[in-house]
Write a protein that binds this ligand. Structure first.
Ligand code: F6P
Length: 547
């Protein structure tokens, strides 16, 4: 049973859907010549167009009523007030404090966290500038040429995504690398060709216990110690963590340790010192612009009316498609090659946050929660999985992202890129009817028989919902805005589903079982008794293959 406070609003939306079923989205444009203006939202140059959704003014009204019934405004206030909204871990979720450049104090347990936030930000900026200028040198006196961030999940995806997104802003004399996987191939391939004397490793881990990161950090430490001697480790490592005690055990100099706080979730941490590698790459000023983009969206999110609020509308459209139309997938297609890692970044943000089956108080959740999310840059995706998006039996709403202007790229190519993006969203909405197909084939001179055989394959149902973000260019501030929009979208959806988006217990079981299996995998003499037949069989087969 759906939670009782929102059940009437959801029922209204279901009946409303039945009315819209009779229409095609295109008809909504015919009815309202100002539909684009009415169904798009702006933060100066940053525009979110949702006019190609099957939604009218009544839909938005009903969705806003749903948000009010779920108490989105009250829960947003609690989030920003630093209440312990992460109930299972008894913590606030205050990543907004990290980009609070112009605002006042932010209290956690009655204490203003802003002085600490600013102090770490300044320490990060000073260290990053010293690496960039060559003032920080390795054990043999060389300036650093290569920076390797070792981290996984939230301690990897954000900076890795952003460094690629902002490559035109990156210092040309520094190469940035990201190692995350416990697969030794990741580190080995990265280290190939690196000069240890000119390489700085940044070990990024909120907990400083994550198996993958600790294994990679230990191997990187050996790489430095073998080449330059044990004493060189201090000159070639820095660390970012909330667990300063554990960092000290690893032997990293205190002046190269950058802290953050348990009220910053891993997948919300790229705004913190976890962004160190990114700050080294793009410089402190560009990083501040990125933070400013996040702050722009925070200010918009807390002040804009719900029906003109970009993250709220993104969230409500997602709920509309997930819970009223029953679609289980959400697709994000950046028409920007430099945003190639953005879908992967969003996968953690969205799926680790809202992939939950119980409500905040532990009861089974009565409605579908977070969708599967995937994506790839356009135009590449068009030549791979778009077939299914256009003609498959399932519908998946799509977000397109595109810049009006290129950054450091050919303007002619960019015009083609934009045209492709717009063509895809148009095709998703418009489709192509059987009559249109038959007419085209007839004009091409096909016989009646040939037309009858081919036409069904060329029909596009259309009415596939898409939203489009269009902004001037992909600069640090725009990237900050994009990330913050998705963060708050995820939060608003969690409120409607009444789930905790800030914990991630679902990742624990696999970690625990791995700790139990690792010794058995490592030592062929260890018995597999007590394991299920498949796991024991696979371990046995591996032993046969590697004997
Ligand atoms: O296993 C999931 C997770 O805990 C993520 O939530 C987190 O971002 C990632 O692992 C890395 O954790 P840490 O920064 O503590 O190494």
């Amino acid at each position: 049973m759906t939670r009782s406070d929102i059940a009437p609003a959801l029922a209204d939306l279901s009946s409303h859907r039945a009315q819209l079923d009779r229409l095609r989205t295109q008809d909504l444009f015919a009815r309202d010549p100002r539909r684009f203006e009415r169904f798009s939202l702006r933060l100066d140059d940053f525009l979110f167009d949702f006019s190609k959704h099957k939604a009218d003014a009544r839909t938005i009204e009903l969705l806003v009523a749903l948000a009010r019934a779920a108490r989105v405004e009250q829960r947003r206030a609690a989030l920003f007030a630093g209440e312990k909204v992460n109930l299972t871990e008894h913590r606030p979720a205050l990543h907004m404090a990290l980009r609070n450049l112009d605002g006042g104090p932010i209290l956690v347990d009655g204490r203003d966290v802003m002085p600490d936030v600013r102090a770490v930000r300044e320490k990060v900026a000073a260290f990053a500038e010293a690496v960039r200028s060559g003032a920080i040198r390795g054990a043999r006196g060389d300036a650093m040429t290569d920076i390797v961030n070792i981290g996984i999940g939230g301690s990897d995806l954000g900076p890795a995504m952003a460094a690629r997104a902002l490559s035109p802003y990156c210092a040309p004399h520094l190469r940035l690398h990201f190692v995350s996987n416990v697969d030794g191939a990741d580190l080995a391939d990265t280290l190939k060709g690196l000069d240890p004397a000119k390489t700085l490793f940044i070990v990024s881990s909120k907990t400083f216990t994550t198996q993958e990161t600790m294994a990679n950090a230990a191997s990187a430490r050996k790489f430095v110690a073998d080449a330059l001697g044990e004493a060189a480790v201090a000159d070639h490592f820095a660390a970012v963590s909330t667990r300063l005690d554990k960092v000290a055990e690893f032997g990293i100099r205190p002046d190269r340790v950058f802290g953050f706080w348990d009220w910053v979730g891993g997948r919300y941490s790229m705004w913190s010192a976890i962004g160190l590698s990114l700050v080294i790459a793009i410089g402190a000023q560009n990083f501040e612009d990125f933070l400013r983009g996040g702050q722009d969206v925070d200010q918009h999110f807390v002040s804009a009316p719900l029906d003109r609020n970009i993250p709220v509308v993104m969230a409500l459209l997602g709920v509309w498609r997930r819970n009223v139309w029953g679609e289980a997938t959400h697709v994000v297609i950046p028409y920007d090659q430099r945003l190639a890692r953005f879908p992967a970044y969003l996968q953690q943000l969205d799926m680790e946050s809202n992939g939950k089956s119980v409500t905040r108080d532990g009861a089974p959740v009565a409605m579908a929660t977070g969708p599967f999310l995937f994506g790839e840059p356009g135009t590449n995706g068009q030549h791979a999985f778009f077939q299914l998006l256009h003609q498959g039996t399932d519908i998946a709403p799509i977000d397109f992202l595109v810049a009006a202007e290129p950054t450091d790229a050919d303007a002619g190519h960019h015009a083609l890129l934009v045209a492709n993006c717009l063509a895809q969203s148009e095709a998703m909405m418009r489709g192509r009817s059987r009559a249109e197909v038959e007419d085209i084939l007839d004009k091409q001179g096909l016989s009646k028989h040939e037309i009858a055989a081919l036409a069904p394959h060329k029909v596009f149902a259309g009415d596939r919902p898409t939203s489009t973000f269009m902004y001037r260019r992909l600069d640090p501030r725009t990237l900050g805005r994009l990330v913050a929009c998705y963060e708050h979208k995820v939060f608003v959806q969690s409120v409607i589903w009444d789930i905790n988006p800030f914990d991630q217990w679902g990742v624990e079981l696999g970690k625990e079982l791995c700790n139990r299996l690792a010794p058995i995998v490592q030592d062929a003499a260890k018995p597999t008794t007590g394991l299920d037949g498949s796991t024991a069989g696979l371990i046995g087969w591996r032993r046969t293959l590697s004997a």
